[in-house]
Design a protein around this ligand. Structure first.
Ligand code: GLC
Ligand code: CA
Length: 594
């Protein structure tokens, strides 16, 4: 049998780019570990837990923003790129963290947030101070429009990414609007201005000069806006402001500016980069960001698999999805990168998502560990750089019992507020019952991924803080905490550990081709991984709470020298034509292709 999709030798080969084989652990500092009892995670807290990261077996840490910030969007609103947010510590603390991580053999990625700044950044304060300030043109300022009745209107009908309101904010002082795709405290920088691009390069070099390994680059395909800010076509007649992603994402000079930034900084320092790029498809559009010849990013965070359960053009409305659709998204990304020499990132969680067990597995007590292990096996047996979000390694799940008031995130709050206003209009009641929103919020709200980490089972706050946590903790910490997971050799934590060590020693899993089996099946996700000169892999995952008999759609005589490698139930030794898979069972086999 030859390797699939026409390649005898994989395009990617096994090259010297260390980050391809890296396992990255994302830390959301606010919720990781609080060292001084103020209820807010901090850098000293992270330093105290480096042993945990080492034990898990990761070799890179990505730190979500720790820069000075008023925290309207939890640090993704940066007020000063060169200083540390006071609640998190000092630059000395950061230097110490960097050193201690490196001593433990762990590299550090910082989060570069350059599509926008905080409205408290000095650049914006200057820009806003007068129309003729030299920094005026560092942001997008536009005059108002007026309707027939003479009422002031924003310059166009673009909808903010964080709700259904306008993407423009009125500034009384200078009598113009500024553009802010995200929250009103996050004005978008004007990348058409060469001074802005130079300033971003300076900030990037500032951190690279400290010896970090690279960056996760926030919302980076938003940096260019359609020339002249044209109105978006009306697709949603129920509201004034229209989805305009196609007018502010992946447009204009975006590739020119990213190449310029990369050549001057990332490439010059041989840094690892992962660009966060929602609304990018698995074709030339993705390759334009990641193909090595283009010198933009090492890889991107695509969002297609994360958006599968979202009603388009909404933030938090859940929609049902089919496993076959999910599988096809994974297949398309695996294939496009393998066939064309690009590179994938692999993730199922981050601070913008609900927990994967609750969304893609089953978070009932009976199946939460099993389905978490299955998801871990899926991620660890795909090609790309693997990302684990804090808490994923112990199988954290979403909050199940919170009321609407308990969700602090700006997106969740905006969503609830807007839905309430709509409902008031609709039924003419002052205080309508909004609890019907809870189903979707409990699945999808970003808050679910941001809950503090339970380090042990101690009351009241599970070793995360001795004070009061900045946001509520998940109440299930007696069953799910780090200490327990590390002690129990059969836990999801040890499952992850084992998978990471299997992956590290088996190049096929990281670099090989991907061939999907039974694409239409809505319970079984099964695939073959192949790499010339190395053993092939067969992965079978039962994405359901039922037992399933699945027939292998390949001639079993092609499987030579079969080895049952690992699974979340005992794995039968040989590969037979029919598989009887238990609820949420996952299996990994190694074999020689004959
Ligand atoms: C990215 C971040 C998200 C943030 C947004 C605006 O999507 O991951 O947390 O709210 O950008 O910076
Ligand atoms: Ca603290």
């Amino acid at each position: 049998m030859t390797v699939t999709n026409g390649h005898l030798t994989p395009c990617n080969g096994v090259d010297s780019k260390w980050w391809r084989e890296a396992v990255v652990y994302q830390i959301y500092p606010r919720s990781f570990c609080d060292s001084n009892g103020d209820g807010v995670g901090d850098i000293r807290g992270i330093i105290s837990k480096i042993g945990h990261l080492k034990e898990l077996g990761v070799n890179v840490v990505w730190l979500s923003p720790i820069y000075a910030s008023p925290q309207h969007d939890m640090g993704y609103d940066v007020a000063d790129y060169r200083s540390i947010h006071h609640e998190y510590g000092t630059m000395e603390d950061w230097e110490c963290l960097h050193k201690e991580l490196n001593n433990a053999g762990i590299k550090l990625l910082m989060d570069l947030v350059a599509n926008h700044t905080s409205n408290e950044h000095q650049w914006f304060i200057d820009s806003r101070s007068s129309r003729d300030n030299p920094k005026r043109n560092w942001y997008h300022w536009q005059p108002a429009k007026y309707d027939e009745k003479g009422n002031r209107q924003p310059p166009n009908n673009w909808r903010s990414f964080f709700g259904t309101g306008s993407a423009w904010e009125w500034d009384d002082h200078t009598q113009e609007y500024y553009l802010r795709i995200f929250a009103k405290e996050q004005p978008d920088l004007n990348w058409e201005n060469p001074e802005v691009r130079e300033a971003v390069r300076d900030v990037t070099r500032f951190w690279l000069d400290k010896g970090i390994a690279g960056f996760r680059v926030d919302a980076i395909n938003y940096i260019c806006k359609a020339e002249g800010y044209p109105d978006a076509e009306i697709v949603d007649k129920s509201t004034r402001f229209q989805p305009a992603m196609h007018l502010y994402m992946n447009v204009g000079n975006v590739h020119k500016y990213l190449n310029e930034l990369s050549v001057a900084t990332f490439t010059a320092y041989d840094a690892m980069t992962v660009g966060e790029t929602p609304y990018v498809s698995a074709d030339q559009q993705a390759l334009n960001y990641v193909h090595p010849d283009r010198k933009e990013f090492s890889m991107i965070f695509q969002w297609e698999h994360m958006d599968i359960d979202r009603v388009p053009d909404t933030m938090l409305k859940w929609k049902p999805w089919k496993l076959s659709e999910f599988k096809e998204i994974i297949r398309s990304w695996q294939q496009v990168m393998y066939d064309n020499g690009g590179w994938n990132s692999l993730y199922m969680e981050n601070h913008d998502q609900g927990r994967s067990i609750s969304r893609f597995g089953c978070d009932e007590l009976e199946y939460r560990e099993l389905s978490g292990k299955l998801l871990a096996m899926m991620l660890s047996t795909l090609s790309g750089t693997l990302y684990i979000f804090q808490g994923q390694e112990i199988g954290m799940v979403n909050a199940k019992t919170w009321s609407l008031e308990e969700y602090p995130d700006v997106v969740t709050r905006t969503y609830i507020q807007e839905e309430k206003e709509r409902r008031v209009q609709e039924i003419g009641v002052k205080n309508p019952d909004m609890t019907y929103l809870l189903r979707d919020i409990r699945l999808k709200a970003r808050d679910n991924g941001r809950m503090p980490i339970p380090w042990n089972s101690s009351e009241p706050y599970a070793g995360y803080t001795t004070g009061t946590p900045w946001m509520p903790m998940n109440s299930d910490f007696a069953v799910c905490n780090v200490e327990k997971a590390v002690k129990d050799k059969s836990s999801i934590f040890h499952f992850w550990k084992k998978l990471l060590s299997i992956r590290a020693g088996w190049k096929t899993l990281i670099h090989g081709s991907f061939e999907m089996l039974s694409p239409e099946d809505n319970k079984i996700f099964a695939y073959l991984r192949k790499l010339s000169g190395a053993q092939s892999a067969l992965v079978v995952l039962n994405f359901s709470s039922q037992s399933v008999d699945w027939e292998l759609p390949v001639d079993v005589s092609h499987f030579g020298n079969v080895r049952a490698v690992f699974g979340n139930y005992a794995v039968p030794s040989g590969i037979k034509k029919t598989f009887s898979m238990q609820p949420w069972e996952c299996r990994l086999y190694a074999y020689d292709d004959i």
